[in-house]
Design a protein around this ligand. Structure first.
Ligand SMILES: [Zn+2]
Length: 389
């Protein structure tokens, strides 16, 4: 296979061209197999092989969705579609799921009618040969695809490999049905057809269900959400993760996180914490996925105020030789700012100048730590009638 899908947007999975080549090889094999199977099923009168042909056709449609998702769905977000075009993939998957389900119901109806009405016809050698070819081709595709998927560590390619196993199951059922019919049990062929139709319905159900979930912005699987939360919580400086919101946009995953940092972090540090959370979480996802981190100071103001009060106490204590004892600080909110209110008991012989100097020094030291903070220092002497500033 030398073909390559030409994309408008660079596709950022691990190894673009190999993954794409595998998907494209599978698609072309399926087109050939599906036409052979449908022809052989109709011409050779085998319901099982006809059903298998429909199954291969549904695989083609699903591969086409993957290819669409690499094109339109990856168009970057713009003013009219600020979240991007990823949902087009889910809408296409939903419609394809309905088409596959319709085909499945038709096959079930036909096979049931054949079983109940009594089958006379016995499939010829052509459908048997085609099913044999199908098993061989899909077996080869499976082994190449699973190897590539493991090497690239690509969930999309691994899922394609898994699908080949159900293809092999379908074609094997068809072989069993045809062999049974040729051994004198004509009903074996429509029974195999029914089995294949059951597998088709399962594929349809899964396609419809997952596309509806994506369209409804359902969360990612709970293990993934937990892993994201724990990655964020383990970053230094994160006090609390208050929100983890996840959803799918086509094949991309979108993760939004709200984190709280210590309230006294400077903006630059908070930015660094947020960048680290972003890197940790993004490290768990694919490069195409999107992570947004909002950071806010810890809303736990009580804890925050206690921490500030403790710091201010340490600052006051640094001047302990200039007063007898102190009370506070009381932390008071004044509009947007916090105010620290400290009461000092000073020796009676303290001069006005010393007292004033002490107040100035305390205010300066507190403001060095908390520039926005208002400081009130009340001075008292042990005797009645103490001064106050
Ligand atoms: Zn298949």
């Amino acid at each position: 296979m030398r073909g390559e899908i030409v994309l408008e947007e660079p596709f950022r999975w691990v190894d673009l061209n190999r993954g794409q080549r595998i998907v494209l090889a599978g698609l072309i094999s399926n087109v050939l197999l599906a036409s052979m199977q449908i022809f052989a099923g109709l011409w050779g009168e085998s319901r099982a092989v006809l059903a298998d042909g429909i199954h291969s056709t549904s695989d083609i449609l699903i591969s086409l969705i993957v290819i669409i998702s690499l094109g339109i769905a990856r168009k970057p977000a713009d003013d009219s579609h600020p979240f991007g075009y990823g949902k087009i993939e889910s809408i296409a998957a939903f419609l394809v799921g309905l088409v596959i389900a319709g085909a499945g119901v038709t096959l079930i109806y036909g096979a049931a009618e054949a079983i109940l009405g009594g089958v006379e016809t016995v499939p010829g050698a052509l459908p048997l040969g085609v099913s044999g070819v199908s098993i061989a081709v899909k077996g080869a595709l499976y082994s190449v695809t699973i190897r590539t998927g493991r090497e690239l560590n690509s969930p999309g390619v691994l899922a394609a490999a898994q699908e080949y196993l159900s293809c092999i199951a379908c074609s094997s059922a068809a072989v069993a049905g045809i062999v049974g019919a040729r051994l004198g049990y004509p009903v074996a062929d429509p029974i195999a057809g029914l089995l294949v139709a059951g597998i088709i319905m399962r594929v349809a159900g899964r396609t419809v269900w997952s596309s509806v979930r994506d369209l409804m912005d359902a969360a990612l699987p709970i293990q993934q959400v937990r892993a994201v939360r724990s990655a964020a919580e383990h970053v230094d400086g994160v006090r609390r993760v208050t929100l983890v919101r996840t959803r799918r946009m086509g094949s991309r995953r979108l993760v939004e996180l709200d984190i709280q940092t210590d309230a006294d972090l400077v903006v630059e540090e908070a930015d660094r914490v947020s960048a680290q959370v972003h890197a940790r979480v993004a490290g768990q996802l694919d490069p195409a996925d999107e992570v947004r981190v909002s950071v806010a100071p810890s809303s736990n103001e009580k804890v925050q105020r206690e921490k500030m009060a403790a710091t201010i106490r340490t600052i006051v204590q640094a001047h302990a030789e200039r007063f007898l004892s102190f009370q506070g600080p009381r932390m008071i909110r004044l509009g947007k700012d916090l105010c620290a209110d400290v009461t000092l008991l000073i020796p009676q012989q303290t001069s006005m100048e010393q007292a004033y100097g002490l107040c100035q020094d305390l205010e300066r030291d507190v403001k060095r730590q908390y520039p926005e903070m208002e400081v009130i220092v009340r001075l008292q002497t042990p005797a009645p009638g103490g001064g106050e500033r």
